[in-house]
Design a protein around this ligand. Structure first.
Ligand code: PLP
Length: 460
């Protein structure tokens, strides 16, 4: 129905208004329940979450780790230490995707009409619940990369402004701020955050970021957990320091603090208020074990009004109304407008609710503790091998689940290839200084860590 409506663009839209407006809403592409939500960036979206009401309850974790592992369909002959790349879906997520896939395959249009905005808004509510914010702060994306791209692409800067980032940030942030600079003329300044992670205290990290800020700085673009070294930024302390500077600036010169949060999200037991950032972008298809092709943007108290959306939304009825009435005013930006429209792999988007419910049923604090425990076991074992240099800090204050290291005499690519021959999935990313990365997560066991260490000892 929407395609027909979009294809009718050549016709007089104003003449069409009555029937078209009603048809769009009736089609469920945007439902009446979405109207007016989240304009302030803080409101909860009304949802028709089919099982739990507006917010899934926080469940108390009691599952044992063998039960958790049994939820995954992972091949048994391989040790999968790759949670930082792409998720294997746990059973409740697989089942939800399958249920929605069947519904869509049986009756694509009416199933979509019945589930579209309610399914998306239920996922937004669950994400908000997970991070301690209302769903009016949550935009849904396909990935971290899409969220990072949309946030930086949405910023309005002037040629005299500066964007601050570091040499340790990932390609996705660096490329997005390069595009932002190209579009607006604002200059990118990149500082060296550390030479080696073990020499960087949280205070020193904050001091280095502060030293890179000057009166021209309008954006601080950082990554919560570095995918090269596994170093975890003291994001909250950096956010506090930026807020202090902002308190003496006029609103229009405020520094916006944006964070690629993907390697902390789903591991760390924190809420948005702990991170003190204006925008957090994360994929849900890594450490959260959510459906592949899902991600979120989370806004701080200022909401989305300062950003311009890049992709037309199907979730915001105001955007459709302004089109059909041709009034040219889509209203202030909000989380719905920051959620890209278009027909999508809806079964994955809707099953995001089940992923949040699943991880909440284990318990955020237990997930964090288990990930630290496994990563700690791995780091301690690696440190005891002479030919291995561990790049990731030992403390969970400065690290999460990524464990990065080098083996003397073996390039990271060669080491990863040798590990894969032994059925251990490690990875290496195309940073200027690459390292081998193993990423233990709640789907791994202490026995698997021991086996990995045994193999690396032989290799080294
Ligand atoms: C820091 C960082 N950000 C973003 C990405 C890409 O995430 P996504 O697949 O969700 O776009 C990666 C790696 O996959 C990464 O290491």
């Amino acid at each position: 129905m929407t395609e027909n409506l979009l294809a009718n663009d050549a016709l007089d839209r104003r003449g069409f208004m009555g029937s078209v407006g009603a048809a769009v809403l009736a089609a469920g592409v945007v439902s009446a329940c979405d109207r007016g939500d989240g304009e302030s960036g803080t409101a909860d979206a009304p949802t028709s979450n089919r099982r739990n009401g507006p917010h899934p309850p926080k469940l108390t974790g009691s599952a044992d780790w063998e039960d958790v592992r049994a939820q995954f369909d992972l091949s048994e002959d391989t040790i999968h230490m790759s949670a930082m790349l792409i998720s294997s879906h746990p059973k409740p997520v697989r089942e939800a995707i399958e249920r929605h896939r069947k519904g869509l395959d049986r009756d694509p249009v009416t199933y979509l009409e019945a589930n579209n905005s309610s399914g998306l808004n239920a996922a937004r509510s669950a994400a908000g619940n997970f991070l301690g914010v209302g769903s009016g702060r949550i935009a849904l994306t396909d990935s971290t990369t899409m969220g990072v791209g949309m946030v930086y692409n949405g910023m309005q800067l002037a040629p005299e402004d500066e964007i601050l980032s570091t040499e340790q940030d990932y390609y996705v942030t660096i490329e997005a701020i390069r595009q932002l600079s190209k579009r607006t003329g604002a200059r990118v300044r990149r500082i060296v955050l550390y030479e080696r992670t073990e020499t960087l205290s949280p205070d020193e990290a904050v001091a280095r970021i502060l030293a890179g800020i000057n009166p021209r700085t309008r954006v601080v673009a950082l990554t919560w957990v570095h995918s090269s070294t596994g170093y975890k930024l003291p994001a909250g302390a950096i956010g506090d320091a930026i807020e202090k500077i902002n308190s003496s600036r006029p609103q229009e010169r405020r520094i916006v603090f944006a964070l690629d949060g993907v390697h902390g999200f789903g591991v760390e037991d924190v809420e948005l208020s702990d991170l003190r950032c204006d925008y957090l972008m994360a994929g849900c298809h890594k450490w959260l074990f959510g459906p592949r092709g899902t991600g979120i943007i989370v806004a701080g108290e200022q909401g989305y009004a300062p950003l311009i959306p890049s992709i037309p939304s199907f979730l915001e009825s105001g955007a459709f109304t302004s089109w059909v009435t041709d009034n040219g005013d889509a209203g202030p930006n909000n989380a719905q407008r920051m959620t890209p429209g278009g027909f999508q792999a809806f079964e994955h988007k809707w099953a995001l609710l089940d992923a949040f419910e699943w991880i909440q049923s284990i318990g955020k604090s237990r997930v964090a503790a288990r990930t630290y425990e496994l990563a700690g076991q791995l780091k301690e074992g690696l440190r005891s091998i002479d030919a291995v240099t561990v790049q990731t800090p030992a403390s969970s204050r400065e690290s999460a689940g990524i464990v990065a290291f080098d083996i003397e005499g073996l390039s990271p690519n060669a080491a990863v290839a040798r590990l894969r021959e032994r059925k251990i999935i490690a990875s290496v990313a195309p940073y200027a200084i690459p390292h081998v990365r193993l990423t233990p997560s709640i789907r791994n066991t202490p026995a698997e860590i021991d086996e990995v260490l045994r193999v690396i000892r032989q290799m080294a």
